[in-house]
Ligand binder design. Sequence first.
Ligand code: NAD
Ligand code: GLY
Length: 370
Amino acid sequence: MRRVNVAVPPPYDVTIGAGAGALAELSRVVGDRANVVVSQAAVFGAHGAALKAALGGSEPWVELVADGEDAKSFATVEGLCRTFADGGLPRGGVVVAFGGGVVGDTAGFAAAVYHRGVAVVQVPTTLLAQVDAAVGGKTAVNLPEGKNLVGAFHQPLGVVVDTSTLSTLPDAEYRSGLGEVAKYSLMPQGAAVAAVLDADLARVLARDPATLEGLVAECVEIKAAVVGADPEERTGARATLNFGHTFGHALETVAGYTHSHGEAVAVGLVFATHLARSLDRVDDAAVARTEDVLTSLGLPISVGQPEEIGLSGVGASELLDVMHRDKKASGGLTFVLPGPAGLESVDDPPASALEAAMRAVGVPASGGGG
Ligand code: NAD
Ligand code: GLY
């Protein structure tokens, strides 16, 4: 079992283990407080018995939310808050978010606003949520105008990770999490993550729970340190976690969410590294390393991959339009790029560098919005 502390006020632990012993940590975090479990049908169907045992064996109070981005809505949060009120969840109660990022974001947001804030414990069951979404206190819902536009910072009481829950995760969802793992391994502080991938790639791809305990823990070490340094994304430190995401988000939007998030981030990492190369911030070896890591994890390195959903006709102008609208942009176009001083936000790179990076990921230099 690994334990990583997140040094925000108040600090909390992320406990990472492989198997039933890991979930047992949940009863220590929740204690004897009234609690409600928020989950989804697929998650609770596969792992509800283990969660129930972890909470002490009696029948838990469970509320299921729907699947997918559409469920990240005010309607879902309102529904949760009303069931919390109907069921009498007190101010001292705890919301247990048992699922992937959709459950974590909606249950976390409901916990942030119900009674002006009740505690939440995150129990993530996707690789993406274990290495990223469950740690750091970001909660959100979507609006028709954009993704994650409304939310709150609401740090959890604790995060409890059981890597054996990943055995039932659909392949595409697992690959999506690997995109974030690749991001950590390519960050300047990513040596320990890269070492696990170098030493144990086959076991990572086979989802060996013990190997994943180490891998998830090393990713969480990085996220916890960044969140501790900049809990509410005010200094720029936390924004470095968006490495690969400016292009990745644009690709997701233009493609209509046919790529998984991690696949889009993978292409975004290649784009960012080529952009950094064009700006003489990194050398050819950095580009080669990025492409090698992603390929070894079965992730795409161009917009033409994977073949069944590849966007070989996608246009540069369409992607640039979406990137200009990125809510994180500080006016013009902002990218998190590697360089001699580590990851930094770079504003408005020259058109020639953008065109080179577009070409490198298979987008025509001056595409017409295909
Ligand atoms: P998800 O929550 O949509 O889960 C994917 C699917 O897998 C769902 O159908 C779910 O029911 C199922 N599932 C989950 N765990 C399972 C398991 N162990 N076995 C079988 N099925 C399982 O996807 P996600 O990738 O975890 O989360 C994506 C969301 O996370 C996005 O909305 C994104 O905006 C958000 N996110 C939030 C943060 C943050 O810091 N708060 C960070 C990154 C992403
Ligand atoms: N997923 C990026 C962050 O938590 O800041």
